[in-house]
Every structure is written in C-alpha cells, then in structure tokens.
Design a protein around this ligand. Structure first.
Ligand SMILES: [Zn+2]
Length: 58
C-alpha cells in the first residue's frame, strides 16, 4: 500500500487520486480512515452508499 493510500489521498483499491477518495470503507490499525473512490466503495460495500459518495453533478 502506498503512502498516498495510507494518508487517504488515493483510493486503496485502484490507487486513483482524483476524484479524491471520500468513501470510508474501513480504518487502519492507527485509527486513520481507509478511503476508496465511489466506484470501489460501491464494489466493497453491498449497501447503497449513493448519499454518502454522491459527487456534485457535472
Ligand atoms: Zn478506486
């Protein structure tokens, strides 16, 4: 896992840095959030997260 991922600047699944991952899919042992982009979060969490990860309309 890269430093960017550990710091929440890149998606933990696909390493994408933009759009910035904003879906919290877990936490690291040091209590920092594990962040994933909307697409990966959707794949990771079966529950609908549309309201959590909704991006401003383009
Ligand atoms: Zn991703």
């Amino acid at each position: 896992m890269s430093r960017a991922q550990l710091e929440g600047e890149a998606c933990v699944v696909c390493h994408k840095r933009w759009p910035r991952p904003r879906a919290r899919v877990g936490r690291f042992p040091d209590d920092s959030p594990v962040l994933a982009c909307a697409d990966c979060a959707e794949a990771l969490t079966p529950a609908p997260m549309a309201t959590v990860v909704a991006f401003p309309s383009r």
